[in-house]
Structures are given as structure tokens and as C-alpha cells.
Design a protein around this ligand. Structure first.
Ligand SMILES: NC(=O)c1ccc[n+]([C@@H]2O[C@H](COP(=O)([O-])OP(=O)(O)OC[C@H]3O[C@@H](n4cnc5c(N)ncnc54)[C@H](OP(=O)(O)O)[C@@H]3O)[C@@H](O)[C@H]2O)c1
Length: 257
């Protein structure tokens, strides 16, 4: 079996996706910053599922990180059939709460890295009998979210880029699927510095990472273009499409202000 490469796989949704793919027989390559968590996850997955694993500890928001990941795979002769662009995070509050560098790093990780990894791995994916790209967006991709403005815009980018690429590759061996999770019980809220109101709203609708991962992998293997996880999140995206934009934006703003 050839490899599935998952970014942001040391914890949260990425780790759950790695486990879900391993349970279906894929060998697994994990990428994130935390060396120790990656080593533990790689070892646990290979023991539990009897698949091969390896990991690369690197900061993907660094310059040329996508190329470093690609070179690491080619040097070790890893043949990739599944690319999962999952690593990402948000920063809540007014944009000027964060330095230019902090906002740039988030945009780099959320948009540039997935795009570059898709481009770099396309020739390798084209050599496979069947290959998949899974890009993780968010329910925040379906409307502007004041006080999470850069994050929601970055996820709209992921959604539209993925949909476009899905069509471009329609008659090839590569299927591209965009997954949009809503609130999921991970460390996302910690790094995003989500306040009390946001935490309370999330706790009412939180899905588990393993639930999200199962839906995501099923959707990917079914060749779907876009998957929104969970009924509440599907209804949210529908409402965002249906209702006046200003009304939707004022309503979500109250959660994150
Ligand atoms: N949880 C939610 O409510 C939610 C909702 C919608 C969409 N999402 C999306 O789901 C994806 C996964 O998030 P999560 O909820 O699982 O959050 P999480 O638990 O914080 O996991 C984020 C993962 O990304 C890795 N990562 C972060 N910064 C990195 C960097 N600079 N370089 C390399 N790896 C990095 C983290 O590992 P290290 O810290 O070890 O680097 C970790 O493995 C993200 O794209 C997020 O936007 C999450």
C-alpha cells in the first residue's frame, strides 16, 4: 500500500484522519512541529493498524516548508496516493491584536502551504492508479466572520481553490475533496484565543475529531467535491447562502467579539 501524507497530524482532526486512513490500510506519513507527539502517534498507529509510518517535524509556516516536505518524501522514495492538507489555525479578535508576522504566518500555513503541496505532489499523484487530495477548510469559509476575518477568508480560499482544482482534474485519476468541519473538540480554540461566548457556542455543537475524520475519509473516497461535516454546519452554510450577508455577519460577529 502506498502512503497517505497528512499535515497537522500530531493532534486534533489531522491525527484522527491519520488513524482513519491507517484503519483502511494506508501507510502513513505525519507532518507537524511537535517531534514527540509525532513520534508517539506514528508508533501508536503502526502498532494498532500494522501499517508503515514515518514523520517529519517541521514548522510549515517557514519559507520553503512545502518544498522541504516534498523533498523529504522523494529522498525517502515515498510514493504518495493521498495528500491531506489539514494543518491550519485561526486567530480571533481584531486583526491588529496580532503582529504582521503572526497574521502572515497564519495565511502562509492556511493558504500557501496547501496550494504549494498540491502543485508539488501533482506529478507524483498522476503516476498512481487512483489518487486523492483532501483539503481542510471550515464552516467559516461560507461567510465573512468578523473578528476571525483573516481566518475565514483563508478558508474561503481553500474551499474555492479545492473546488476549482477538482474540476480541473475531473477527467484524471486524481480526486480533490474539500472538507469543511464546524466546531470540533480540538486545541483549535486555544490557539485561536476564542473567548467565553465562542467557547460556549462551540461546546453546544462540538463534534469529535474521530467523527469528523470518518466523514472526511468517506467523502474523499467517494470522490465528493465538498463535504460539510454534521447537520448543524450544513444548515449554517445554507443559511449563510440564503440570508442577507450583513445579517449573517452581524450575527456571527457576536460570537467572536
Ligand atoms: N477544531 C475546529 O473547530 C475546526 C473547525 C473548522 C476547521 N478546522 C480546521 O481543521 C484543521 C485542523 O485543526 P484542529 O482543529 O485539529 O486543530 P489542532 O488540534 O490545533 O491541530 C492543528 C494541527 O496543525 C499542526 N500545526 C499547527 N501549526 C503548524 C505549523 N506552523 N507547522 C506544522 N504544523 C502545524 C499542529 O501540530 P503542531 O502544534 O505539533 O505543529 C496540529 O497537528 C485546521 O486547518 C483548522 O483550521 C478546525
Amino acid at each position: 500500500m502506498s502512503y497517505a501524507l497528512i499535515t497537522g497530524a500530531s493532534k486534533g482532526i489531522g491525527k484522527a484522519i491519520a488513524e482513519e486512513l491507517a484503519s483502511r490500510g494506508y501507510d502513513i506519513l505525519l507532518v507537524a512541529r511537535s517531534q514527540e507527539l509525532l513520534a508517539q502517534t506514528a508508533s501508536a498507529i503502526s502498532t494498532k493498524h500494522q501499517v508503515k509510518t514515518d514523520f517529519l517535524a517541521t514548522d510549515l509556516s517557514a519559507e520553503n516548508a512545502a518544498l522541504q516536505v516534498f523533498n523529504w518524501c522523494t529522498e525517502r522514495k515515498y510514493s504518495i496516493t493521498v495528500l491531506v492538507n489539514n494543518a491550519g489555525y485561526g486567530l480571533s479578535g481584531p486583526m491588529e491584536k496580532y503582529s504582521v508576522e503572526e497574521n502572515r504566518n497564519m495565511m502562509q500555513l492556511n493558504m500557501i502551504v496547501p496550494t504549494m503541496l498540491c502543485q508539488l505532489f501533482l506529478p507524483m499523484l498522476k503516476l498512481q492508479t487512483k489518487a486523492y487530495i483532501m483539503n481542510i477548510a471550515s464552516s467559516a469559509a461560507y461567510q465573512a466572520v468578523p473578528y476571525l476575518s483573516i481566518y475565514s477568508a483563508s478558508k474561503s480560499f481553500v474551499l474555492n481553490f479545492s473546488r476549482g482544482l477538482h474540476q480541473e482534474l475531473k477527467n484524471t485519476n486524481i480526486s480533490v475533496t474539500c472538507i469543511s468541519p464546524g466546531a470540533t473538540d480540538t486545541d483549535f480554540v486555544v490557539r485561536a484565543q476564542i473567548g467565553e461566548k465562542g467557547l460556549k457556542t462551540a461546546s453546544n455543537v462540538n463534534m469529535s475529531p474521530s467523527e469528523v475524520a470518518k466523514i472526511a475519509v468517506n467523502g474523499m473516497l467517494a470522490g465528493k467535491t465538498e463535504v460539510i461535516t454534521g447537520l448543524v454546519n450544513k444548515l449554517g452554510a445554507f443559511a449563510a447562502w440564503l440570508l442577507p450577508k450583513g445579517m449573517v455577519e452581524s450575527s456571527v460577529m457576536k460570537i467572536y467579539k
